[in-house]
Design a protein around this ligand. Sequence first.
Ligand code: CDP
Length: 239
Amino acid sequence: MGYGDVEMIDANGIRKDGRKAGDVRPISIELGVVPVADGSCRMRWGTNEVIAAIYGPMEAHPRKIQRQDRAVLDVRYNMAPFSTSDRIRPGFNRRSREISKVTAEALESVVMLELYPRSKIRVEIEIICAEAGTRCVGLTAASVALAHAGIPMTDLVVSVASGKINDVVVCDLNKAEDNYGEADLPMGVLPNTGELVFLQMDGDLSPEEFQEAWDYNMNAAMVIHEYCVEALKTGRYPQ
Ligand code: CDP
């Protein structure tokens, strides 16, 4: 039996977790969950749970990392050892380095770094519970935590991963769909302009399927943006 043979969506278009193709998993957001940080955010998204905490701007150390004209973002994505069934070895690995790098690049597009020359802003992203799409949840939570810290930004970054399962394009893959599906397309979107600041792709999609997954991600990002704005106004979403 190949990966494509695992049934993940039935004849009526209902996925194993009860969602239709275009549905996003339930999301909740809470701000200020790390009181000692300058800004923080807990995001629950399906069974994913992620905490992002912001420290700074502060003087950048060691001095060799300083930039004369702007601040640097020091982003660290980390999975807690207990966040998945196979224990994650503490410390950086190839995957966490890659995700930290692409997350930093996406956030650099919106944070007004030029306001803080020679400074550093520390962005800590800790995955407490992982159920696929953690790079998306981490990036979205980090952008909300940066806004909560009062760091000037041109926009939030909202990230979603759609993909293909049993030849059907679906929105916001869960873990089984990520593992056994045929393609995965995580994207990071600036909701105010619709610009893209992050895109990765695993597997194959035809141009039409790519467009469908793109549209799912864009539409979901706009909805999730409203949740984020609500949380930033009141401290949490939903109320
Ligand atoms: O989490 P994301 O989808 O951004 O990244 P991935 O590398 O596609 O991983 C998909 C899922 O596999 C994660 O969310 C975890 O649930 C799981 N995973 C794991 O169990 N052990 C790892 N070392 C990495 C990922």
